[in-house]
Design a protein. Structure first.
Length: 285
């Protein structure tokens, strides 16, 4: 069922980004989803460039290879940002994937043509064994946010490849990491107000509702609320129990393969209690 979301919900590159008047979402596809990626695109070929932790393929329609605005510089900037994000991931979440991660930066037109039918909303990127990004010709703030978001999904898959995390955890931590890496320390007053209004109307999702493997099947309005609520719940856990608590939580979940054991080990409460505390905080915060 669609939920009405206030117009002032934040427009962000990870959960939401605006492009051409459309809302663009970053999503995680199921672990079993596979795609064949061709080697022809906007410029005729995907350009490959490697850094220590990443292999980058990009096919953005950039006229020149060299120079200040050439494709080579663009590739170098993306890899520098990815390497910086890799270090932030270790610092904030103690996640450090082994082996190189593969990133595709697609020409926007080709991305839309190839993947538009996969989601019920326009997507800015997704992870399905490799990171796929709807590109730009410059390293924009929106593109940086998408790269950070998808790196979390790739890192969790590398950490526990046979474990399917619930969407609220996977998307919520990805949203939180993107926000923290950009210097945002907590949800905003407007975000809190939007969630509080939804709570007053009985429109918030439960954690059970958000425990699907991915949010790609949600309609745009419902997806906007689902992403925001997932992020806000992770932010609530961090504000109440600290960043190290979040590390203990995901680590315990991965080790025990149990959300409840992870919650009790990290927070000394079960998920039902934590969820009740979160809903209470929206009405009193």
């Amino acid at each position: 069922m669609a939920r009405a979301v206030p117009e002032f919900l934040p427009i962000r590159g990870n959960g939401l980004a605006r492009s051409g008047g459309l809302l663009l979402f970053v999503v995680l596809l199921g672990a079993g989803t596979a795609f064949a990626v061709g080697d022809r695109g906007a410029d005729g070929d995907f350009e490959r460039r490697d850094s220590f932790h990443f292999t980058l393929y990009q096919d953005v329609d950039i006229d020149e290879s060299a120079g200040l605005y050439g494709s080579r510089r663009f590739e170098q900037e993306i890899l520098r940002e990815l390497e910086a994000a890799f270090d932030r991931l270790d610092d904030l979440l103690a996640l450090r994937p082994e082996g190189k991660l593969v990133v595709y930066v697609w020409d926007p037109r080709l991305f839309d043509e190839k993947y538009a039918g996969l989601f019920r909303f326009p997507a800015a990127g997704f992870y399905a064994g490799a990171i796929h990004i709807r590109g730009a010709t410059r390293l924009t703030p929106g593109l940086v946010r998408v790269l950070h978001h998808e790196l979390v999904h790739a890192a969790f898959d590398a950490e526990a490849p046979r474990l399917t995390l619930p969407a609220w955890m996977n998307e919520g931590i990805a949203e939180w990491f993107e926000a923290r890496a950009a210097g945002k320390r907590a949800i905003t007053a407007r975000e809190r107000g939007a969630l509080a209004g939804a709570a007053d109307r009985g429109e918030l999702f439960s954690l059970a509702d958000l425990s699907v493997p991915a949010l790609g099947g949600f309609q745009p309005v419902a997806a906007a609320l689902a992403y925001l609520e997932s992020y806000a719940f992770i932010d609530f856990l961090v504000q109440a129990h600290g960043e190290r608590g979040l590390v203990r939580f995901w680590s315990a979940v991965v080790r025990s393969r149990s959300l409840e054991r992870g919650a009790r080990r990290a927070y000394r409460k079960d998920l039902e209690q934590l969820e009740a505390d979160f809903f209470r905080s929206l009405r009193t915060g």
